[in-house]
Write a new protein. Structure first.
Length: 383
């Protein structure tokens, strides 16, 4: 990943909004019986910070390639390079988080402390191995928030295909997303299909940002309307899924890109700092909140402690795989590995992309941006 100055500031701000929403939700849900009635719909819907994360994931993964495609008219998607970056970016911090929780469980148990249920059952050797391999069927997670990581990991395999479909035929891409939504509201869905449209919408949002499509006030109107519908259809802390939340988050991302004032607000330094550490905060926050609140810590203090621990984890366990020479070395080694073995298992090393499209008639594209954000096609390294 490039230095923070190479990043799109408002996207880091959006990541901060996503992770802070999830942290506050978990701090509140642990004390759900003490939450005043009028606050329940608001705090309950903060869990949709996960939907925002999913949209941003599609945005960030597709942004460098779509930027090159917009600039040059065609490009090649290097599968080996993509796979090596994804592995080094996601897996080592995740495995280190698992190790921290296993060691914490052993230490706390040794000192006689009561463990959160997740640490108590998720630290069994078989469960640890399942989590390390991104297996989420019948598994006890050390951190309940880990449930999103196997989904995201499986999407990584699908992403090159989705990107190819979007670049070739937006109508087919939209039809695929529509089919996923139909399955979501029927009994034909599973958790991968339920959240797949959010990931796909992130690709669309990235394309809109790069091409600077002018949608006027429609994203803001859509976000307000969809958020209102989301709140109105919320049944409780664990209600059934509906597609409105991730559509609202998509509108939020597009609105943020279209609004200069909102981009400025989301790009303030403290917010982008939280966004920069959002993966680490997400990896460690929930068990810390549960442990702190179990031992009498107020929810606000517990959330603050969890965020502080997330920053510490970023410094020690994530930053080496983001900003140091270790990352460069590991990416290079894995890139050689994937380029050697992908053809042997029948996977193309390079996927050609081309044939730029027009999203729809009536959408006005501004003059081509100066591409300050997409110099060399790699200004925003995903996640």
């Amino acid at each position: 990943m490039g230095k923070p100055t190479d990043r799109i500031g408002y996207v880091d701000g959006l990541r901060a909004v996503a992770v802070l929403s999830v942290v506050v939700f978990h701090a509140a849900v642990f004390h759900r019986t003490a939450v005043p009635g009028p606050l329940v719909p608001i705090l309950t819907n903060l869990r949709h910070g996960v939907d925002l994360f999913f949209v941003l994931s599609g945005f960030c993964l597709s942004y460098p390639t779509l930027a090159k495609l917009h600039r040059d008219g065609s490009t090649a998607f290097d599968v080996g390079r993509y796979a090596s970056h994804r592995f080094v970016r996601i897996v080592p911090p995740y495995w280190l988080a698992i190790a921290v929780f296993v060691l914490s469980a052993l230490a706390l148990r040794g000192f006689g402390y009561a463990l959160p249920a997740t640490l108590q059952y998720g630290s069994a050797p078989v469960e640890v191995i399942k989590q390390m391999l991104f297996i989420d069927g019948d598994v006890q997670f050390l951190n309940q928030s880990f449930w999103t990581l196997p989904i995201e990991f499986r999407w990584y395999f699908l992403f090159p295909i989705l990107l190819w479909v979007w670049s070739r035929s937006p109508k087919s891409f939209i039809a695929l997303g529509g089919a996923a939504i139909v399955l979501t509201i029927t009994k034909g869905s599973n958790i991968n299909i339920i959240y797949l449209p959010a990931f796909m919408l992130g690709i669309v949002a990235a394309d809109l940002h790069i091409r600077q499509i002018d949608l006027g006030k429609w994203p803001a109107i859509a976000m307000v309307a969809l958020t209102a519908v989301t709140v109105a259809t919320t049944q409780g802390w664990d209600d059934r899924f509906l597609p409105f939340p991730y559509l609202a988050m998509f509108a939020f991302v597009v609105m943020s890109g279209n609004s200069r004032s909102l981009r400025g607000l989301l790009s303030v330094r403290w917010l982008t700092a939280v966004g920069f550490a959002s993966y680490s905060i997400y990896l460690v926050h929930q068990p810390i909140i549960e442990f702190a609140e179990t031992h009498g810590t107020a929810p606000v203090i517990a959330a603050a402690i969890a965020i502080a621990c997330g920053f510490a984890f970023w410094l020690v366990a994530e930053r080496p795989f983001v900003e140091t020479s270790l990352r460069v070395r590991l990416v290079g080694e894995f890139e050689q590995f994937f380029r050697k073995w992908l053809p042997r298992v029948g996977i193309a090393r390079v996927i050609p992309l081309g044939g730029r499209h027009v999203l729809a008639s009536g959408l006005r594209a501004k003059a081509d941006p100066p591409l300050l954000d997409v110099a060399a096609g790699a200004a925003y390294n995903p996640d």
